[in-house]
Design a binder for this molecule. Structure first.
Ligand SMILES: C[S@@+](CC[C@H](N)C(=O)[O-])C[C@H]1O[C@@H](n2cnc3c(N)ncnc32)[C@H](O)[C@@H]1O
Length: 156
């Protein structure tokens, strides 16, 4: 990514990462009803593989990990290393092991086509689509399942 506005946006997210981590429990509680509704809307069930785009410091990835259970898996991705590191620490703290973590941009996801049953993003769509990085088509390319849990992107 070379766009100056995009670089400055990512700098802002990098600077805010410690606060997202520090207040993670509060943010998790505030958004729990939305997370539950999105998991239900996306039809996420035990055993599925789920991609979370712009997963921030670990939510909703870690809640989804609980929903898919030990036979399922979640790939938690974010463009900011500090967010990804915070997500890993939180997973470790909560003893959640069926999540993998990748630092990557939403417009260059390092996964093959049809790698996931569901692609999910909570509070990510408005940030990403504003810069034109992330479209429903990109998401669809990366799913093998019937539904996309596109939290707050309102795209299926
Ligand atoms: C509002 S936070 C949402 C975090 C999490 N999904 C949640 O619901 O709490 C937006 C996240 O998008 C990430 N982000 C911003 N631009 C991105 C991009 N181009 N690709 C991937 N992630 C990006 C930020 O680092 C930040 O963690």
């Amino acid at each position: 990514m070379s766009h100056p506005e995009a670089n400055s946006t990512l700098r802002e997210w990098t600077e805010s990462a410690p606060y997202w981590e520090r207040h993670g429990a509060t943010i998790r509680a505030i958004f729990a009803p939305i997370t539950r509704a999105l998991i239900e809307e996306a039809g996420i069930v035990s055993g599925q593989s789920v991609l979370d785009v712009a997963g921030g410091p670990g939510e909703p990835s870690l809640s989804i990990a609980e929903a898919v259970g030990p036979t399922g898996s979640v790939a938690c991705t974010d463009a900011v290393a500090e967010m990804v590191e915070a997500a890993e620490r939180e997973a470790h703290r909560r003893g959640i092991t069926n999540v993998s973590f990748r630092k990557c941009m939403a417009d260059s996801l390092p996964f093959g086509d049809n790698s996931f049953d569901v692609v999910f993003s909570r509070l990510g769509g408005h940030v990403l689509s504003r810069h034109g990085y992330f479209s429903a088509r990109d998401v669809a390319r990366n799913k093998k399942g019937r539904s996309v849990g596109a939290g707050c992107m309102a795209e299926k």
